[in-house]
Design a protein. Structure first.
Length: 294
């Protein structure tokens, strides 16, 4: 899980947010079948400590890739690299087949990579629609008579939230009244509306009820169905198996497994993430010593 965030964590992806800083590579049309985002031997070090060690993965449009692993496995560092918070030290990150190295979260957003952070921040006193359009408010009319299009913003917010499964929402209610799951859905709806191509969703650090988890998973599924390449970072293997098409297992900063839904069922996935054969041995020992655990 990530602890670091970009300077404005409520700005996941906005139109017209195009940095003038140079990004390596020429953004030309990729060959057919090219992954939207590909990692090749990606490594990140903090001093002599490897946080990521030669991580390779392919993120395709219309797929959910779930990133799983214990604390310290490298999940937070991977999210930081994808979102432009941290640059990789070795290897390549290819966007549409072209090598990129983001200098900032703004550059990542400008190239269509939206991140929903675990400690999702909103402007609590502003309305839902204000948070949805924060920094890119729609206007109507021509200068010098241009004015804020409040009604259009409200209608757009309601439609965008409905696209990710959140209905009957009052766009004028303060954002502080939203539950954690609804705030995640708001961020995902905004990323979809403003043209993100890759969506990185970091599991919320706030406790969520089953219904709130369902909202987030429904929003993730909606993003996949609309053609985004989705990265879902989570501890929960059951939720991951519900929506995931691929499962990237990290351990000690390295890839311990790169599996598809056809490769594992939810029990296999839980066993692998929790420790594999070591966990099986531990369970056997505990049950032998404490029959009541059977």
């Amino acid at each position: 899980m990530t602890g670091s965030q970009p300077p404005l964590p409520f700005e996941e992806s906005f139109p017209g947010d195009r940095s003038t800083d140079a990004v390596s590579g020429d953004p030309t049309a990729p060959p057919a079948g090219t992954p939207v985002l590909e990692l090749k031997g990606l490594s990140v070090r903090y001093g002599n400590v490897p946080a990521l060690a030669r991580v390779s993965a392919r993120l395709r449009a219309g797929e959910v890739t779930c990133v799983l692993g214990e604390n310290g496995a490298g999940k937070s560092t991977l999210v930081q690299v994808l979102s432009g918070v941290r640059r990789h030290d070795e290897g390549q990150m290819l966007l549409d087949g072209t090598a990129v190295r983001f200098r900032s979260p703004r550059q990542a957003r400008a190239r269509g990579i939206a991140t929903v952070w675990q400690d999702l921040a909103v402007a609590p006193l502003l309305s839902v629609w204000r948070n949805f359009f924060l920094g890119c408010e729609p206007t109507r009319g021509v200068w010098p008579l241009r004015r804020l299009d409040r009604e259009g913003a409200r209608e757009t917010t309601v439609r965008a939230m409905a696209r990710v499964g959140v209905t009957d929402i009052d766009p004028d209610r303060p954002a502080s009244a939203l539950q954690a799951g609804e705030r995640h859905s708001l961020a995902i709806a905004r990323a979809l509306h403003f043209g993100a191509r890759v969506l990185v969703v970091d599991e919320s650090s706030a406790p969520l009820t089953v219904s709130q988890h369902a909202l987030v998973l429904q929003s993730v599924s909606a993003a996949r169905d609309q053609g985004l390449a989705v990265v879902l970072v989570t501890h929960n293997t059951q939720y991951a198996h519900l929506v995931g098409d691929r499962f990237l297992l990290l351990a000690g900063g390295a890839v311990a497994g790169n599996l598809t839904r056809d490769d594992v069922d939810v029990d296999d996935l839980t066993r692998l993430v929790a420790g594999g054969d070591d966990l099986t041995t531990l369970v056997s020992v505990l049950r032998a010593a404490h029959p009541e655990l059977r």
